[in-house]
Design a protein around this ligand. Structure first.
Ligand code: BGC
Length: 406
């Protein structure tokens, strides 16, 4: 029998596609980009560098969002600055509300899905003077602010993040004493954390009361806690760390979705004085000195699967002044996100941190707040000129095609 000619078709390269309707965007926070925030604790009480004019996004938001649109982003995460809205207790600033009305209306008109954060590390000075988050009154004050925003702007908001990274705020501001109000008190910090979670639940109820179908959550900074070695004690250290960054962070917390900020790979073991200690960062590092470990996002997403909630990656990004590592950073993380989706994790969106170079919260006296370049868009802080980075264009291809090349 004559042999049949076998034609071998070259296998088509298939790029992993993300689910339909996947949100592609970038994130910012008010104090870090807007400029001119003068009634917040960070500006007034800070002994480290202040944001000052920051990236003048308060006035340049239209141009900035037009760039994001050109980069094929379909969603945007921003924060509202509480100290602008309520500069003094029970005094509401209508101009500030109108400003955010204009910002959100502009985004909606451009076709963006909006994700609004109510608290991103800064507090009005009157809140700080009254004891800040250590004082349970702040829970009620925050709820009042949340209600005001829900009533005036709720129709323009698709997703709400009530509070950004309460555990990081409690740790750096109240336990380690690095950020305002520079408190070093473990128990006080724990109380702050609990008060923030209570405030979240209150805000959740209020917002849902006005808009029952809207999506309300928190943004939690969840590192990949990885045992430093195979020993039982290191595994215990990882479990303890997960207890604080995941189990405790979710206990009794009402949320329609999980907001994940992923930055860190912590190799942990038991040790003194802190019980759990992290080994120094290894391998390839960002300008911040943070290890680049894309697989960690997959590991964290897998751990979050059991909560059976949609997950949005509300932040993931790199400080990279030369833009040499950013495109690969994004691509590699997204490959692992795509792998997690294949493994059944319900991830529905990705927000790169950050849209713009911005004021980066200093952790040491020698940091001026403007050296760390997280932006897809470069900002010259002398001239306030914008320049789209090469990596932003590569991210734009991903946003446009809803897929990544493998
Ligand atoms: C914060 C951002 C910050 C970024 C980089 C995140 O934890 O939410 O405000 O700029 O980390 O440090």
């Amino acid at each position: 029998m004559p042999k049949k000619a076998v034609t071998i078709k070259k296998a088509k390269k298939i790029s992993p596609r993300f689910p339909d309707g996947f949100l592609w965007g970038a994130a910012t926070s008010a104090y870090q980009v807007e400029g001119g925030v003068d009634a917040a604790d960070w500006e007034v009480q800070n002994v480290l560098g202040r944001a000052g004019a920051a990236a003048e996004h308060y006035h340049k938001y239209e141009a900035d969002f037009r760039i994001a649109k050109k980069l094929h982003q379909n969603a945007h995460r921003l924060s509202i600055e509480w100290s602008r809205i309520e500069p003094e207790e029970d005094v509401w600033n209508d101009d500030a509300i109108e400003h955010y009305y204009n910002v959100l209306t502009f985004l909606k008109k451009q076709g963006f899905t909006t994700l609004v954060t109510l608290h991103h590390f800064t507090n009005p000075t009157w809140v700080a003077h009254a004891g800040g988050w250590k004082n349970p009154k702040t829970i009620t004050d925050f709820a009042g602010y949340a209600a005001k925003i829900a009533v005036s702007l709720g129709h323009l908001v698709d997703f709400w993040v009530t509070i950004n990274e309460p555990s990081v705020y409690a740790l750096l501001s109240h336990m380690q004493g690095i950020w305002p109000p520079f408190q070093k008190n473990f128990l006080g910090g724990y109380r702050v954390y609990m008060n923030m979670l209570k405030a979240h639940n209150k805000a959740y109820e209020i917002i849902k009361g006005y808009y029952p179908k809207t999506q309300v959550g928190l943004a939690q900074n969840i590192p990949f806690n990885d045992p430093a070695d195979e020993s039982g004690s290191s595994k215990l250290a990882a479990r303890l760390s997960d207890y604080f960054s995941i189990t405790r962070a979710f206990q009794g917390v009402r949320q329609d979705f999980i907001g994940l900020n992923y930055y860190f790979h912590n190799r942990v073991k038991m040790g003194l004085p802190k019980i759990v200690v992290s080994l120094p960062a290894q391998g390839e590092l960002s300008d911040k000195g943070w290890e680049i470990y894309p697989q960690g996002i997959y590991e964290v997403l897998k751990k979050l699967k059991k909560y059976r909630k949609p997950i949005y990656i509300t932040e993931n990004g790199i400080a990279d002044a030369t833009d040499a590592k950013r495109a690969k950073f994004i691509m590699d993380h997204l490959k692992f996100v795509s792998r997690a989706i294949k493994a059944g994790v319900d991830v529905r969106g990705y927000f790169y941190w950050s849209l713009l170079d911005n004021y980066e919260w200093p952790v040491k006296k020698e940091e001026n707040g403007f050296d760390m370049k997280f932006g897809l868009i470069e900002v010259d802080f002398q001239t306030q000129k914008r320049k789209v980075r090469k990596s932003a264009k590569i991210y734009a291809e991903i946003c446009k095609s809803n897929s990544i090349e493998t």
